[in-house]
Design a protein around this ligand. Structure first.
Ligand code: GLN
Length: 447
């Protein structure tokens, strides 16, 4: 049924970069046998899933939606995918994304834009736009995304699906092609909070191949889905509700607050602080790490190499010039600049200090509240082509999501109604590190 839906929807949506029909049917057959023999049980057994194209699967093309990796076939599988396979999920294919996960619309993909299933004139968000569109259009039952600065939560909001970015270290990054390593987390995109919690139970595991992987004891995330939020302390940052926020999105957040209040939660508005520094700090840190991570793509070890060049440096230069798209080049230049010896203290170090202060602001907030409630994005999905011409404006759209990555916190985006144009609105729930239970509890009560 899912392959049929893909055939029907893909000509319009382009959610996938690679569809592995043959492999999926083979996996399904094997899984069917394991289910019948009683060896395989559990909620993901036989469930068709998609994987963002920056997460490696052995033998299946992994492109990061970039020309430079257009023929790259990994020889190993990401731990997160390994866990899904163990649980019996059927991997259908790889989803489209902004090139190297840099962008907020999926328009920077080298393989064409993905369209929003709610209205194909609009973007699906990004960078996990393919994963979110695929789930919204029933081209899979759930998908993996990655979130460095909102790339699961923002497209989830634009596509009317549920997306979870867990606490940094919860899901192994082994096999995730790095963008900003200190910020990157894999997470589930699914139809609802219950599915997200069940998938997280499978994905969360310690992995010695990722030195930042955490050994968590609390693996039963579904047990918090009771609908009970009595006494839960919820804070709405006043700094998230002011200038720049679309009135319809604001209304949705206030309505979600009302739902929680009616169910017995205690909701309050408070001043979070540091919000205006999140975007500059994020774009300095993320670009710095990106410029370092992307230095491995030189035309030698991986992927694309220019056809004609003179000398070794000429080969690097031409391969990279031809292989990377404009947004990726912008990040590499910005990152190399802020890391260069004359500017390191002024930009990179300052951004790290800002990051520490942002974490402190959240620590203070979580001494008073169990959950922070706010918007996931300032607007609903923009029209195709609106954001590409103005990168600064696009960066400003990340205002509510990126501080969560800077502070390493878990964040959940839950669909909550639509705007007048019929486009989905998502609300975001944020908790302290390792307190996914609070946002899952609140999210389940709100959806
Ligand atoms: N808009 C963010 C960026 O371009 C999204 C990053 C992400 O989470 N992958 O950096």
């Amino acid at each position: 049924a899912v392959l049929g839906q893909i055939k029907a929807m893909e000509p319009e949506l382009n959610s996938y970069v690679t569809i592995d029909e043959e492999g999926a049917l083979k996996q399904a057959e094997e899984i069917q046998k394991r289910i019948e023999s009683g060896e395989l049980t559990g909620p993901l057994a036989g469930v068709p899933a998609a994987v963002k194209d920056n997460i490696c699967i052995e033998g299946l093309k992994t492109t990061c939606s970039s020309k430079i990796l257009s023929d790259f076939v990994p020889t190993y599988t990401a731990k997160a995918v390994e866990n899904l396979k163990q649980a019996g999920a059927v991997i259908i294919g790889k989803t489209n994304m902004d090139e190297f996960a840099m962008g907020s619309t999926t328009e920077t993909s080298a393989f064409g834009v993905t369209r929003n299933p709610w209205n194909p004139e609009h973007v699906p968000g990004g960078s996990s736009g393919g994963s979110c569109a695929a789930v919204a259009a029933a081209e899979c039952f759930f998908a993996l995304g990655s979130d460095t600065g909102g790339s699961i939560r923002q497209p989830a909001s634009f596509c009317g699906v549920t997306g979870l970015k867990p606490t940094y270290g919860t899901i192994s990054r082994y096999g995730l092609i790095a963008y900003g390593s200190s910020l990157d987390q894999i997470g589930p995109v699914a139809k609802d909070v219950t599915d997200c919690a069940a998938i997280l139970e499978v994905l969360a595991s310690h992995d010695e191949k990722d030195s930042t992987s955490v050994q968590r004891e609390d693996h039963e995330f579904t047990k918090y889905l009771t609908g009970e939020v009595k006494g839960l302390k919820v804070g709405i940052p006043a700094d998230y509700m002011g200038k720049g926020l679309d009135p319809e999105v604001k209304e949705a957040v206030l309505k979600a607050a009302k739902v929680l209040e009616e169910k017995g939660a205690v909701v309050e508005t408070f001043g979070l602080g540091m919000v205006e520094y999140a975007i500059p700090a994020y774009y300095v840190i993320a670009s710095a790490e990106a410029s370092s991570n992307l230095s491995r793509f030189d035309g030698v070890k991986y992927g694309y190499r220019a056809k004609e060049y003179t000398g070794l440096h000429g080969m690097y230069k031409k391969s990279r010039s031809e292989g990377f798209g404009p947004e990726v080049k912008r990040r590499i230049m910005l990152g190399s600049f802020v890391l260069s010896s004359g500017y390191y203290d002024a930009y990179y170090l300052k951004a790290l200090k800002t990051k520490a202060l942002i974490k402190k602001a959240f620590d203070e907030a979580f001494s008073k509240y169990d959950v922070i409630l706010g918007p996931a994005a300032p607007t609903t999905a923009p029209r195709l082509g609106e954001s590409l011409s103005d990168p600064l404006k696009m960066y400003l759209g990340d205002i509510y999501t990126i501080s969560v990555n800077l502070a390493g916190l878990p964040g959940l985006c839950v669909p909550f109604g639509t705007d007048q144009k019929g486009l989905p609105i998502g609300v975001q729930l944020i908790a302290d590190c390792f307190q996914e239970k609070n946002i899952l509890r609140a999210g389940f009560a709100v959806e």
